[in-house]
Write a protein that binds this ligand. Sequence first.
Ligand code: AHR
Length: 343
Amino acid sequence: MDRLLNRRLVLQLSAAGAGVLVAGRAFAGTVYAAPPPLAKKDTYTVGFAQTGLTNPWRLGESKSMQDEAKKRGYTLVETNANEDTAKQIADVDSLIAQKVDILIFPPRETQALAPSVLKAKAAGIPVILIDRDVDHSIAKPGEDYVTFIGSDFVDQGRRAAEWLTKTMNGNAKIIELEGTTGADPAILRKQGFDDYLKGTFKGTPTAGGPQTGMQIIASQSGDFVRDTGRKVMQTLLQSHPDVTAVYAHNDEMAIGAISALEDAGKTPGKDVILVSIDGENAAMDAIAAGKLGASVESSPFFGPIAFDTMDKYVNGEALPAWIKVEDRFFDSSNAKDFQGKQF
Ligand code: AHR
């Protein structure tokens, strides 16, 4: 929660006109040098270190970055870490060695990739983080990197918990399928969900006290991958056949869990209620079919906002430490309208 409070504090300070450098002081009481500047040029070479291309979300994010770079006549140098953190660190090193003008990327793990941000800064290359953030105790927005652009992952978890609590009338035995261990969305989506159920969520709206009937009976990583989610669910079903609800940190794992439930002779949407996050096409289909209950949006379409932010940075505009992306909510009331229109 500290990181969330820090982010909010910085936003408040920035909104009050304090600027990112002053906002940076709020973290540690020290004045830090700003991120490296980016001179005005006709075109830029942008390094984009993708975590992997193993799910529709990642494919959607890469396409959005490629389309936007093309539209602006910028060169995008994209790497693919194949969901291997060490490879993403090496990819960032390689992009730094190639002397790209700027790095825009989603750090696969929040702590492991923070030193890469510092390396880029030391090499004079500004960094904009999209989708996932790094640990602010290692690298700070507004000081070590320009800004973080992304969703409020804690609130996504809170919204999933609120929907599930209402749908289950406050009584459920929940299996939680977590995202990649050490990744910002896995840590914070869990935090938001847990805090809501414990009645300790600090944002608004708050839960009306602890939801004692809502029990998380098992929680395990499915690495944000459909087949891993299916296998983890298959195993957990053996020790927890009494499960009545599933909270998956992304749609792909929820779809995997649906397969595992069906293989075990259960009816998703009736015997077991599922909620997840992302809003991909397969999730819209699963909601329309009554198998998935709801999905909180987490959009992968960062291209336009990432490049707009880069241009603002070039023009010397003040930027907040966190540029928050607003997320919609998909359930049986609207999923049909979005079928085939997502990613
Ligand atoms: O960082 C965002 C998460 O990463 C998405 O929810 C997930 O699908 C992706 O792999």
